[in-house]
Design a protein around this ligand. Structure first.
Ligand SMILES: [Zn+2]
Length: 192
């Protein structure tokens, strides 16, 4: 187990390695700032900080909802190959089980943020999010399908290396979204 002080010293070493003078005024607080930032952007390694995912019995509000529910938003993560940011938009959808449970929808964004707060590849990030949300809805009467699309810009590709802008798209589809082209087409029609 590495201590905070050891980690701090390694950051100082890295600053020196890139040609900096870690003792100059502007950099004095930088190792501590980086450590504080790490505890925020890498909180996805800490199960104690996992979001609580509230769910409700379908029908609790007097209606049983059995159509598609879609949510979208932004995400920020770090690629595990270069420790550079990749970021973009997500689109999530699911088909609730009429006898199952409904997700508190603000939770989707929280789960995306939590799973994105560790070194990732976009291919795994889609899976991590869908798995966590699937587990939250329980084994008994699981949702009839889930879908997640991520479109991300990767700074390791845009600001260095290939130096080409562009978006990477990854998808993860389960249940009806995987099997039924009509369900999939409805989901895709929301992504504009
Ligand atoms: Zn990368």
């Amino acid at each position: 187990m590495i201590t905070e002080e050891q980690a701090r010293e390694h950051i100082v070493d890295l600053l020196e390695y890139i040609g900096e003078d870690p003792s100059r005024e502007g950099l004095k607080e930088t190792p501590d700032r980086i450590l504080r930032m790490f505890s925020e952007i890498f909180r996805g390694y800490d199960p104690a900080q996992a979001p609580r995912i509230t769910t409700f019995p379908n029908g609790q509000d007097g209606i049983v909802y059995d159509n598609m529910i879609v949510d979208s938003g932004s995400f920020y993560s770090l690629c595990e190959h270069h420790c550079r940011t990749f970021f973009g938009q997500y689109w999530f959808a699911y088909l609730p089980n009429p006898k199952g449970r409904i997700l508190g929808l603000s939770k989707v964004g929280r789960v995306v943020d939590y799973c994105a707060s560790r070194l990732q590849v976009q291919e795994r990030l889609v899976q991590d999010v869908v798995q966590m949300l699937t587990e939250a809805l329980g084994q008994e009467n699981p949702p009839l399908g889930m879908a997640l699309i991520l479109k991300g810009r990767h700074m390791c590709k845009e600001s260095r290396g290939a130096r080409k802008s562009g978006e990477m798209t990854t998808t993860y589809l389960t249940g009806a979204f995987r099997r039924n082209p009509q369900v999939r087409a409805e989901f895709l029609s929301y992504i504009k």
